[in-house]
Design a protein around this ligand. Structure first.
Ligand code: URA
Length: 250
């Protein structure tokens, strides 16, 4: 990783980087890290390493082998990053565990943190209405999860090390549910899933792949609430998803 990556800085994914095992971070430290001066931040962001599951506890089963219920329990107890300090509830996901479509958002907001369910505010209502229009609901054919399972304080952008710690949970959810189609809701989810820093406008209108599963990228529902004219584009994205799904079945 280069010393300073202007793209990551632009995305707000900088700056806290640490090169040491998570278990060495004290409870008081995350707040201190967030308050670091920019000089400190520059010193910290050189490199980081993803902590392998096995390093956390030799007796723990790796996330990549957990069954659904144990995965859920592991998320509820998770202390892999600083976000655990300020969360009220973890937000594992919601919906049909045999879903053919999996929707992936960014991270819980205040309402989701309070209720432990993704997309429960106005953005969630819009999402539900759009899904209803293609004959789907949270209970029927849809599973919704976020890249990040805990609310970033003040709804700030998740940091790169937080994404790295949380991603194995989403990866395992995807491996267990085995959806036939994935819809990435917004830039952050799309960039995380597809490992790219491309803009949302360049990612829309194309079919991507996540481990062999087609991925459609669309706008985040919260963005649509603020940019009503783009609802038509999001509707077109959902229709494309429906077409692709139908074509796969024949
Ligand atoms: N935004 C998201 O990306 N996910 C949620 O669960 C809520 C808001």
């Amino acid at each position: 990783m280069p010393e300073s990556d202007p793209i990551l800085e632009e995305l707000g994914l900088m700056p806290v980087w640490q090169k040491r095992a998570l278990s060495t971070i004290s409870a008081a430290e995350p707040a201190a890290l967030e308050a670091s001066s920019s000089a400190n931040v520059k010193a910290q962001k050189k490199e980081f390493e993803v902590i392998p599951d096995a390093a956390l506890s030799a007796s723990e089963t790796p996330i990549s082998s957990l069954d659904w219920d144990t995965l859920k329990a592991r998320v509820a107890d998770c202390k892999r990053c600083r976000l655990c300090e300020k969360r009220n509830r973890t937000v594992f996901g919601v919906g049909d565990e045999k879903a053919s479509w999996m929707l992936v958002g960014e991270a819980p907001g205040a309402n989701e943190d309070r209720l432990g369910e993704p997309f429960v505010g106005q953005a969630g209502k819009l999402l539900d209405n759009m899904l209803h229009a293609v004959g789907r609901t949270r209970e029927n054919g849809i599973y919704i999860a976020n890249v990040i399972k805990c609310r970033p304080p003040g709804n700030r952008d998740p940091q790169l090390d937080e994404v790295a710690q949380c991603e194995p949970y989403l990866k395992r959810q995807l491996a267990i549910i085995r959806p036939q189609l994935i819809i990435a809701l917004g830039r952050f989810a799309a960039q995380s899933l597809l490992k790219t820093d491309a803009s949302i406008s360049s990612l829309r209108n194309r079919v991507h792949q996540y481990e062999g599963v087609p991925v459609i990228v669309t706008y985040h529902p919260a963005y649509l609430l603020r940019n009503l004219p783009d609802k038509a584009k999001a509707w077109a994205d959902l229709c494309r998803a429906q077409e692709i799904y139908q074509a796969m079945k024949h």
